[in-house]
Design a protein around this ligand. Structure first.
Ligand code: ATP
Length: 544
């Protein structure tokens, strides 16, 4: 418990620093905020942009298709895409999102039954020290009798002991209960067996045009992936690339999450960084392993420690209907109890589910191998595009539907993990050499919102003029910050909190020797470099 409290305390400090220094604000704050929506302030926008740029560069634009990366089954191509947020509604019918749109569901891990979240009703019942939310699916006229019967059974009481039960409030629906650990599911014998209400109907609906009839409904995309699948043929025909290849996309996604919480971790509007990687079915398992390992390594190169990361392979029963294998990269967020991790990215082997669904019509997830789901007239329940999305290998002449590996990362969860990892409190000497507690955000230089701050030691003797010259020069290449106000120690500390890795100071010696000092945020080491070599030195350190 003590551990949990101190974790919560550190989360509170991170949240407060984010607001104080302009990383993150609650959306619509002056109107009381809007739950599940967050704005990135001046520092936050730079951090998130740097994260997305690092991903784009490392995964897509910087990829060399002529070199086989370590661990990859072969060389491969990578290209990018930017598809729209609102797309043809049929896409969501074929992808499977539409059918699961209407109901909020919870699953019972014990009884294996599934319930509509808003149809499960119950009452808080106490006996001695214990308090339980006892649920039932009984009709309204039998509800109270059933709740009492189940409560007596749970507390191991006889019917004549009914008076020993204490009710807290009237019966209500399960969606009024936030924490499921004290809930007795409608068919369960033990507590806490109901899963959180999940993803079945999370799409935001909107209307296209002025008429607003049923046929004008459209959805805000709940993932960027489908925009890639429906452009598979366009990309293939326009880019002279061959399977295996990947299409990368970064963009907003929207989910009407039932319980947005944990800062930006579960938001209703968020950004995803997704790759759909198309390969031959025979090599798909090898590509799945490659992407899983490569994505885990990527987080470490940008500063997440291996100990705070977890690679979790899904068990067979946990897999999505289309998936042959899925692994989550998880991070030990400070708002979670010790030993628990939250998902940063999912790497899924989706087989040929998506391309076939968009060709033939929505596949029936209960069939093996999957066939198109039919309606009562024997017609496809949701028609596919009818377009040929198969691929013909020019060398072997073989025609096949590529399999897909999907590394799907969240930019907001990523930014949050890097903020949590970066937060440190340590001691650094002030200008009189006395140790002072400092808050320092140890962000990787590639992610840091400001790469370097430029200070004149004092506001006289030509130092500001020279510092401003250096500032103007550096600004052409990178995000830099100029500050001449207050004592230099305080200026250092403000930059430490912002995560700025380097502070450049112009002092008396600078004027005669044309040199400046570079102070390293983490080691506090100061090195003197020639002004003419400063930009190159900073670039070397940032990319290193
Ligand atoms: P969860 O189980 O946490 O809801 P998910 O498995 O539904 O996540 P995916 O559909 O695999 O998530 O989406 C891929 C990535 O998109 C996630 O790993 C996460 O980083 C991000 N993501 C998904 N939902 C949200 C959300 N509500 N807020 C912020 N990021 C999200």
């Amino acid at each position: 418990m003590k551990g949990l409290l101190s974790l919560m305390a550190s989360m509170e400090k991170i949240v407060s620093l984010c607001k104080r220094r302009g990383f993150l604000f609650q959306s619509s704050e002056i109107y009381g905020g809007l739950q599940g929506f967050w704005d990135y302030g001046p520092l936050g926008v730079e951090l998130k942009r740097n994260l997305k740029d690092a991903w784009w560069r490392d995964m897509c634009s910087g990829h060399n298709e002529m070199v086989q990366p370590a661990g990859a089954p072969s060389t491969f191509d990578m290209v990018g895409l930017d598809s729209t947020i609102i797309m043809h509604p049929q896409i969501w019918k074929c992808s499977g999102h539409y059918d699961m749109f209407h109901d909020y569901m919870v699953d019972c891990r014990e009884s294996k039954k599934r319930y509509r979240h808003d149809q499960v009703r119950g009452r808080w019942v106490s006996h001695q020290e214990a308090k339980v939310f006892v649920t039932t699916m009984a009709e309204a006229d039998e509800e109270q009798a059933e709740i009492q019967h189940r409560a007596l059974k749970y507390f191991k009481l006889r019917p004549k002991d009914a008076e020993a039960l204490v009710y807290d409030g009237p019966s209500t629906t399960l969606d009024t209960v936030d924490e499921f650990s004290q809930v007795l599911g409608p068919d369960a014998k033990t507590l806490g067996t109901l899963t959180e209400p999940r993803e079945f109907n999370l799409m935001f609906k909107t209307t296209i045009g002025a008429l607003g009839g049923e046929e004008d409904y459209a959805f805000l995309r709940p993932e960027t992936a489908q925009g890639i699948f429906v452009n598979f043929k366009n990309v293939l025909d326009s880019s002279r690339i061959n399977v295996p290849f990947g299409i990368a996309q970064v963009g907003k996604s929207f989910r009407n999450e039932i319980t947005p919480r944990n800062f930006t971790f579960r938001s209703r509007e968020f950004e995803q960084m997704e790759i759909e990687f198309f390969c031959h079915p025979n090599s798909s398992q090898d590509w799945y392993r490659y992407w899983r390992d490569r994505r885990l390594a990527w987080y470490q190169t940008l500063g997440l420690s291996r100990e705070s990361l977890l690679m979790r392979e899904h068990a067979a029963e946990e897999l999505a209907h289309y998936s042959v294998g899925t692994a989550d990269i998880e991070y030990a967020f400070p708002f979670l109890p010790k030993g628990e991790y939250g998902e940063l990215e999912g790497i899924a082997h989706r087989g040929d589910f998506d391309l076939r669904s968009h060709m033939e019509g929505k596949l029936d997830p209960s069939t093996r191998p999957m066939v198109v789901e039919l309606d009562e007239f024997g017609k496809p329940r949701h028609r596919g595009s009818g377009r040929d999305l198969t691929y013909r290998d020019d060398i072997t002449g073989e025609r096949f539907t590529p399999h897909v590996i999907e590394p799907s990362a969240g930019a907001d969860r990523g930014a949050l993990a890097f903020l949590c990892e970066a937060y440190h409190e340590d001691e650094a000497p002030d200008e009189n050499g006395k140790p002072q507690t400092r808050v320092v955000m140890k962000l990787h230089p590639r992610l840091a919102p400001i790469k370097a701050a430029v200070f004149p030691l004092v506001k006289k003797d030509g130092m500001p003029e020279l510092a401003q010259e250096i500032y103007a020069e550096l600004k052409r290449d990178m995000a830099v910050f100029y500050d001449e106000k207050s004592a230099v120690g305080r200026r250092y500390r403000r930059q430490d909190e912002a995560g700025t890795p380097y502070c450049i100071t112009v002092d008396t010696e600078s004027l005669t020797t044309q040199t400046v000092t570079i102070r390293d945020r983490d080691t506090l080491e100061q090195t003197r470099v020639k002004i003419g070599e400063l930009a190159a030195e900073l670039k070397r350190r940032i990319s290193g």
